[in-house]
Design a protein around this ligand. Structure first.
Ligand SMILES: Nc1ncnc2c1ncn2[C@@H]1O[C@H](COP(=O)(O)OP(=O)(O)OP(=O)(O)O)[C@@H](O)[C@H]1O
Ligand SMILES: [Mg+2]
Length: 368
């Protein structure tokens, strides 16, 4: 379901801003520092309960405001209002869905599936495995309904085993039972991730192929422990070394999705533009698979789409977005760069973000 209303208060340079996004492609153009990324940040806060620019959401609160508030409405019958509020002094988020207070971010995530493509998305290639696990688990979470429960049970058992390790209670009777739990839920996580990946890979390669020819590019899943060994055995045999480290060293919490080109990590070879296309293909394929398996479409947040892409690639990227029938929020500093990409008939709403106009009031689409 697309967002048909968005209101931001006390976020970065916005004291108060309202807009009615179009159901499909929304383009925000404007000079540096006018608030384009902040707009995407607001939608991210609404759907994920956190910013993509700062770990501390309080840093996104406008300097002269005491709180930030993001409100959105998903089109539908009935429409679904969503809201997130964060007070400077409060430790907790106030999250609302259809007028009711909700306690878990996962409720927002499930209601408004988001995919973000921005310079941080390059971390999928160059960063630590945690970003790639997050990517993998986003997909599994949205299509396998027992994943969240499985993950929580696994985390609980992991916490208990780690506590026993730290306190040197290796012979404790509960150790074996927590290890059994850990092995059970760990194997289940691995199964769910694998099943999702089997469905994802063909969609990814098809999407990538449309953007750029990289026949040697490969995604390689590592489950977090030896491929040939049973997880329960691995845990039992690793007790001593785990105790020395003070935590459980192997398991699905260490899984990775290595992205390789031939025999090397892809990041060592790909140009910046090629990296952006690979990352974009990963993110576009997530949305395509979600749609295929659940009928839900996700909302794309794409910061500075034209950067690093040649004209032909921009066009193909935009064609995928149109083809997927998703809602997208795209920013650019260059108004010309995204004018001609769309086939006639594609519903595109263009917004010009200007300091004065967006600081307060309504942001209206401009004539194209
Ligand atoms: N906490 C804050 N309170 C008030 N203003 C802030 C805060 N944090 C950032 N800003 C300002 O908000 C403005 C919008 O920043 P934003 O990053 O959204 O701009 P942008 O349009 O994406 O720019 P660019 O084209 O350079 O990427 C900037 O002028 C920035 O200095
Ligand atoms: Mg920006």
């Amino acid at each position: 379901m697309p967002l048909d209303r968005l209101a931001l208060q006390g976020l970065r340079n916005f004291s108060s801003l309202e807009l009615s996004p179009g159901p499909r492609i929304n383009v925000f153009v404007g000079e540096n520092g006018t608030g384009k990324t902040s707009l995407l940040e607001g939608i991210h806060v609404l759907g994920m309960g956190r910013s993509f620019r700062t770990r501390q959401l309080r840093n996104a609160i406008a300097h002269d405001a005491s709180e930030l508030l993001v409100h959105g409405r998903l089109a539908g019958d009935p429409p679904v209002p969503m809201g997130v509020r964060r007070h400077r002094e409060a430790d907790e988020l106030d999250m609302r869905l259809s007028g009711e207070k909700v306690g878990r971010v996962s409720d927002l995530v499930q209601t408004l599936p988001l995919q973000l493509i921005n310079p941080d998305a390059f971390r999928l290639l160059e960063g630590s495995p945690s970003g790639r696990r997050e990517f993998l688990d986003w997909g599994v979470f949205h299509v396998k309904h027992d994943f969240l429960d499985t993950w929580k049970r696994y985390r609980r058992a992991l916490k208990h085993r780690n506590a026993l390790l730290r306190h040197g209670r290796m012979q404790d009777a509960s150790m074996a039972s927590w290890e059994r739990e850990l092995a059970h839920w760990g194997n289940r996580m691995d199964e769910l991730r694998r099943a999702w990946l089997d469905a994802f890979l063909p969609v990814f390669h098809e999407t990538l192929d449309g953007l750029i020819k990289l026949p040697d590019l490969e995604l390689r899943y590592a489950r977090g422990w030896d491929r040939k060994r049973d997880f329960a055995q691995v845990l039992e045999q690793a007790r001593d070394t785990d105790q020395q480290m003070g935590f459980t060293q192997q398991g699905p919490q260490r899984a990775d999705l290595a992205i390789r080109l031939g025999r090397r990590p892809a990041i060592e070879t790909l140009s910046r533009g090629q990296q952006k296309l690979v990352v974009s293909a990963l993110k576009l394929a997530q949305g395509r698979l979600l749609e295929r398996l659940t009928g839900l479409s996700c909302v794309y947040l794409i910061d500075d789409l034209p950067a690093e892409l040649d004209e032909g690639r921009r066009r193909i990227f935009c064609e995928w977005l149109v083809h997927m029938r998703c809602q997208a929020f795209i920013t650019s500093v260059d108004p010309g760069a995204l004018m001609e990409q769309w086939d006639p008939g594609t519903p595109v709403s263009m917004f010009h973000v200007k300091h004065v106009e967006v600081g307060q009031g309504q942001l209206l689409p401009m004539d194209r």
